[in-house]
Design a binder for this molecule. Sequence first.
Ligand code: AMP
Length: 592
Amino acid sequence: MERPSVIHKTASDLRLPPNWNNYEGERSVDVWDVARRALQGLPGGGLNIGFEAVDRHAASALRDRTALRFISRSSPAIDLSYGELARQTNRFANMLRGLSVGQGDRLFVLAGRIPELYVAVLGALKNGTVVTPMFSAFGPEPIATRINLGAGQVLVTTDVLYKRKVKQMREQMPTLRHVLLVAEDGGITNEPDTLDWVTLMASAPDAFNTVDTQPDDPALLHFTSGTTGTPKGALHVHGAVVTHFCTGRYALDLHPQDRYWCTADPGWVTGTSYGIIAPLLQGVTSLIDREEFDAERWYSLLEQERISVWYTAPTAIRMLMKSGPELARRHSYPALRFVASVGEPLNPEAVWWGKEVLGLPIHDNWWQTETGGIMIANTPAFDIKPGSMGRPLPGIEACIVEHLEAEGEPPRVRIIDTPDVEGELALKSGWPSMFRAYLNNEARYRKCFAGDLYLTGDLARVDADGYYWFVGRADDVIKSAGHLIGPFEVESVLMEHPAVAEAGVIGKPDPIVGEVVKAFVSLKDGYQPDEALRMDIMAHARKRLGAAVAPKEIAFLPTLPRTRSGKIMRRLLKARELGLPEGDTSTLEGGA
Ligand code: AMP
């Protein structure tokens, strides 16, 4: 179906006056400075993420507002107010202090989305301890690899996960001094060589003075999702809170009265920056669903929990689309007023699906582990161009660059001034949440910069209106008969076909044209993978893309391999297609 290329903002899309509406005006302000002044800061002059997110509100009129609302199928909801969260995080910080775990020490968390995870992360931040949340679905190897890479001294996990995944590897994690266990049955644990959460928390004092961390002190260590290789540890600082604060307002349009739901797990940077920190900074109530994806449940939650701002990912949206519009229409979403997505390109079809099924277009935004926060976004302040990631937020300068260096030389780039020319997406360095190191890999870190430009590794183009369009990860781009083909472009067109639920596109080596485009496709419920359908999808792609860019081959798969943060792993599709080693698959969903 042909659709307009712009979704104009209408009054019904904006059910509350947005936090801002003047793009150029806001970009001319020193927004970081304004945000620093809106935050409280520590009595000693420092800045601390945990303090700003929790204690600032606990000492205000928001004290009794629910900060975090945990829900699950098997137990009643747990509501933690800002005041209670302050008390529990103080206790946790005191507990760490009692264990001689201090500023700069490293703490890892391995748990489902249980309240203790959130208390541990925020309490550790208040203690100046550097935090790494891991996906609870990781197997023993990826857990040990990350703890060893990060020289983790403390691990917070559950008794069940410990016995299943950590115990047998304990000897191989020499830096680990303390393992703190939360009993999954709510009781007390007595596992040898471990500590019990309930017992230690019970005797920890309620009052704690946040450690006087400085903006450049390390706060969080996030491992990248590894769509294209071995995960790297990106180190973030407490000053990042300034970006979290600004982007919560500009990109997610959070207002204090919001009921907000971020569907990302804290094992992925989105689940920390926007599943924990940014919503608390705005004093909103966050829903945390402890269950995995379930279309019917998610629609019910949006309705029953009266979610007003929803931040999710293309993979979830595609799964909802796959389950058909009827399911969505069994519910209504009168409270919902803003929907955003991150993690992968959001196909225009998905933006329109939001408008048609939820009543609101979906706002795509772009960032990555290294940037620590949202950099480029579709926001309430301007029209949406479906398929575009939006425009750089206030405080962020982006550009498209071309590389000039010879093989093996340090990066040297030229900014491409002409609109609509593809190149690498770069950001002017210096925004507060920029990562400060790849752990133990200074050379790799340096390779990310050319002068004062941070090179993102993503290919994109910018149009004459300043909207950025994603082309692909530099490593995923396909070179075919002299064309550079971005997988996203092809995948988006495949997604327009009524039978297609998901598509992943790779370049397959070819002696004549270099690479040919091969597509892997999973189908919506009710469609059968047969030759007639294959030909129909192929014809649709040819018509929309032309023969040079359309896939030459289409294979059907029941589902596509994804990372735990929901990104299609094209690298793995390619390795499997070519019979090559699969490389690091620790972040593969359903893998070890
Ligand atoms: P991660 O660090 O795991 O969050 O992955 C970051 C990468 O995900 C980016 O460098 C992009 O390749 C991709 N990504 C994130 N958001 C978007 C988006 N809105 N559109 C296209 N790609 C995205």
